[in-house]
Every structure is written in C-alpha cells, then in structure tokens.
Design a binder for this molecule. Structure first.
Ligand code: TXA
Ligand code: MG
Length: 300
C-alpha cells in the first residue's frame, strides 16, 4: 500500500487484483465498503484490463482527456474483485497525468485501485505532508511528488447509462465533456443514499463548521472567531480571525489548486466558523462549489 501523487490529489494505492491489500486501504481510510475505488492505469489501452471499453465514446474521450482528471465508469470485467467495485457491475477507471503515478503503475505491473489518501469524509490531500499528517502511521510508503497541479478530484462520467451521467464534477469541465460527446450530460444530484456511490452529501469536510456566503454578508453576530475563504481578494470590511485567498489572479484553476490546502490551514486554527465565498459556477468552478457545498452540508 503506497500513497502517491496524481495531478488531482494524492491517492492511496493497492494492486487491484490483491484483495488483501485493497482491504487494508479501506481499513486505513476507515472507508465504508459500499464506496467503490477508482482503478488507475498507466496507458489508455490498459483500461481494458479491468473494464469493457468497446463503446466508441471511450476511445474518443481517452484521446482527448487521458492522461488527465477524468474517470470513466464502465462495465467491469469479472476479474476485478468485488471489494474494489463495492459489488457493482461497473468500475471507475482513469489514467492519471503525473509521471510518478504512471511510473508507479508501470513498476507495479498491475492497475492500482486508489481512493484519495485521506480519512473517509475529510478534505483530500494535495501534498505528501497532508498524507503524512493524517495517515502517516498507517501507510507503508509515501511518494512525494510535490503539490498537486489540479487540486480537486477527477470528474466522474458514467457511460453505462443514457445519456451519460456526470457523477462528480472535477478537473475536466462538463462543458469540455459535452462538446467532445456532442450530447448533454445527465447531472447527478447528491442524495446521501448509501446505494448511490460518489453521492454522499457530506464529504470533503473540515472539522470546523463551514458556511457558504450569500451576497455581501459578513460573519453572523455572535459567531465567535471566524475564518474566511475568499475567492480573489481579501475583504477590507468586517474583521476575520484568518483569511485565505484562493486565487489572487481570479482564475478558477488557481482556486482549485489551492482549495484543499487552504481549507486545511483554516481548519487547523480551530476557529468557531469558516465562511466561504462562492465562485462562478463554470468550468472547474462547478467542482469547487460541489466540494464547498458538501463540506457545508449538515453534520449527521
Ligand atoms: O482524482 C481522483 O479521482 C482521485 C485520485 C487519487 O485519482 N481519487 C479519488 O478517489 O477521488 P475517491 O475514492 O476519493 O473517490 C472516488 C469516487 C467515490 O465517490 C466513488 O463512489 C466513485 O468514485 N466511484 C468509484 N467507482 C464507481 C462506480 N463504479 N460507479 C460510481 N461511482 C464510482
Ligand atoms: Mg475521496
């Protein structure tokens, strides 16, 4: 079991064909077994080691987006252990765009099942230090490839349903997928039902409660020590105990790359409340708002 860098977030990898190693990944993350893992391969052609890839859209999407932050949900092959797919008849597969990730897969000689390398439900890691802080004791080895370039997880596209379903917004924009496929996607709405993988409402969550700002409201009266996750610049107005600016250049891609590290820094201050400014919901902005909404979802 090895933690490794990808262009999106750090993953925690085990050979897809070794159920004992896969079971350890679930254990270290305290991840419920109903939540399937994504399989990582080094080349697009190797997707056929775990999934049926005859659908011509697979080749078209792979040519445009692989290596890259797109996970395709395809019919699984029987050789993939149930533990990896949580018993589903489908498997998620992608080619990560990171030299260390692809070298690791090639050296291992097997596709790697890997979730994000964080305790289940918490913010995903975008540096090797994030992994060490949270899972250090539990993992055998952490490959340090520096900070992740994209910073939010892969987009998950379900190709076993018609029209194809956007199961999780991520590093590849819905606009880019729709223009490549020439059709509109069905957009999944988080339901919180355990039968709907990837659809948990509360996820990517800080320990400190987080609210998304609407309009120009400041901290609610009596909220105590409040931290602000600002999009493009720090406000001059109401006093915050701490402010993180995600994208001084105003770019969504910059904000995504900084999102999880900024959330972790604010969370580490043990403030009473975090407020997040919304960002425009286009391109990667959809993935940022998806993560913020899940972080802000009510606690169980
Ligand atoms: O960017 C990423 O995708 C990162 C890096 C490490 O590759 N991985 C990642 O894995 O985010 P994880 O386990 O944190 O999230 C995988 C998501 C889960 O929400 C899971 O339910 C969904 O993918 N998933 C996996 N297989 C699926 C399937 N067959 N059908 C529907 N959803 C699936
Ligand atoms: Mg995750």
């Amino acid at each position: 079991m090895v933690a490794f860098p990808t262009e999106t977030v750090y993953g925690l990898a085990a050979s897809v064909f070794d159920p004992r190693a896969v079971a350890r990944v679930f254990e270290v993350k305290a991840r419920p077994s109903f939540d399937p893992l994504i399989v990582h391969v080094a080349e697009a052609e190797e997707a056929s080691r775990v999934a049926a890839t005859a659908d011509p859209r697979v080749a078209r999407l792979a040519a445009r987006f692989w290596p890259g932050p797109l996970t395709l949900v395809l019919p699984r092959l029987p050789s993939v252990p149930d533990l990896v797919t949580a018993g589903l008849e489908t498997v998620g597969v992608r080619v990560p765009d990171h030299p260390a990730a692809r070298a690791l897969i090639r050296e291992a000689g097997t596709p790697l099942a890997a979730p994000s390398a964080n305790p289940f439900g918490y913010v995903s890691p975008t540096t090797a230090d994030h992994v060490a802080e949270q899972l250090g004791e539990g993992v055998d080895l952490i490959l340090d490839g520096g900070p992740c370039r994209v910073g939010v997880e892969s987009t998950i596209l379900g190709l076993t349903v018609e029209p194809p379903g956007l199961l999780r917004p991520g590093g590849v924009s819905r606009e880019a997928l729709e223009s490549t496929l020439g059709q509109a996607l069905a957009v999944a709405v988080p339901t919180g039902r355990l039968t709907a993988p990837g659809q948990l409402v509360r996820h990517y969550a800080t320990r400190t409660p987080l609210m998304i700002l609407t309009g120009h409201a400041g901290p609610p009266p009596g909220a105590g020590r409040v931290g602000l996750l600002a999009f493009a610049r720090a406000p001059e107005g109401p006093p915050y105990a701490a402010v993180e600016v995600l994208a001084p250049d105003g770019q969504g891609t910059t904000a995504a790359a900084n999102l999880f590290a900024a959330l972790r820094r604010l969370d580490a201050l043990r403030l009473d409340l975090l407020l997040a400014e919304p960002c425009p919901e286009i391109g990667i902005g959809r993935a940022i708002m998806d993560r913020l909404r899940r972080c802000a979802a009510p606690r169980p």
